[in-house]
Design a protein around this ligand. Sequence first.
Ligand SMILES: C[S@@+](CC[C@H](N)C(=O)[O-])C[C@H]1O[C@@H](n2cnc3c(N)ncnc32)[C@H](O)[C@@H]1O
Ligand SMILES: [Mg+2]
Length: 313
Amino acid sequence: MMNQMQRILAARRLSPSIIPPSCFLHRRWFSTSETDASSRHQKIETLEDKASSNKSRITPSTTSSLNEQELAKFSAIADTWWHSEGPFKPLHLMNPTRLAFIRSTLCRHFSKDPSSARPFEGLRLIDVGCGGGLLSEPLARMGATVTGIDAVDKNIKIARLHADMDPMTSTIEYQCTTAEKLVEEGRTFDAVLALEVIEHVANPAEFCKSLSALTIPNGATILSTINRSMRSYASAIVAAEYILQWLPKGTHEWSSFLTPEELTMILQRTSVDVKEMAGFVYNPITGRWLLSDDTSVNFIAYGTRKNDIGGDI
Ligand SMILES: C[S@@+](CC[C@H](N)C(=O)[O-])C[C@H]1O[C@@H](n2cnc3c(N)ncnc32)[C@H](O)[C@@H]1O
Ligand SMILES: [Mg+2]
């Protein structure tokens, strides 16, 4: 019998029919100066041409993913990464739920035993935008060889200090750098994860291009973010920042959010096929996050990187 997780994942398996027409594209997929329809259209075609003419090798991104204003927000609260009641409380609470999705999808993808204590043994994972290492640490405990990168040096210092307190996590390679720089260095990983990062980068399409280039052919890519919906405005911004004050005011820009369809399309253009998606739903009574098929606010996506000859695993 299917358990709840399997049912959700099966329900969210994506078909190409959900890909929206280009008229629904969000302006932030493209550089902010290019807002007129014709230049947008040209940019889509250029991306498509590149994708089809060079499926096997994604050219490194020439655009920086850094948004200095966003980075300053994280730098200002870097000391609080491991305060479970501080500004990162929602991420602490979300961790078991997102790890359940990651364990389930990566174990299936790499034919690993999900009931093993160290199912990720032998896998090289990168946690892009790792912050203080909330995700990198459990991934290392699950046996993965983990690289954690973040554009904020203070975050990396905190992450390293914290990881060094436990021999299981002291093996994590932390670096203050960006995905695009690692692409230039020719680094690749079995799986690339970027959780709650894309809504803070300067150019989501270029950022995804770098994530794809960091993923080995037939590897896995996992991203989580916040949907651009009326519900997310009410809960992720009004409630979380102004009413409950879980997050500092101004943490999120609603217009920077991507819908699941937009994220799917961006990833598809960078040779990553989104296979599964799930929503995270907060239960205010239990104080827990649950995996759900409701992707209207928080959601997570798992995709596979096409292989060099254009096929899929
Ligand atoms: C909301 S936090 C998420 C942290 C971590 N991924 C997690 O979920 O626990 C976003 C992180 O992304 C980092 N970041 C933002 N833009 C980045 C970029 N272009 N390259 C690398 N890191 C970035 C920030 O410094 C911050 O630590
Ligand atoms: Mg965020």
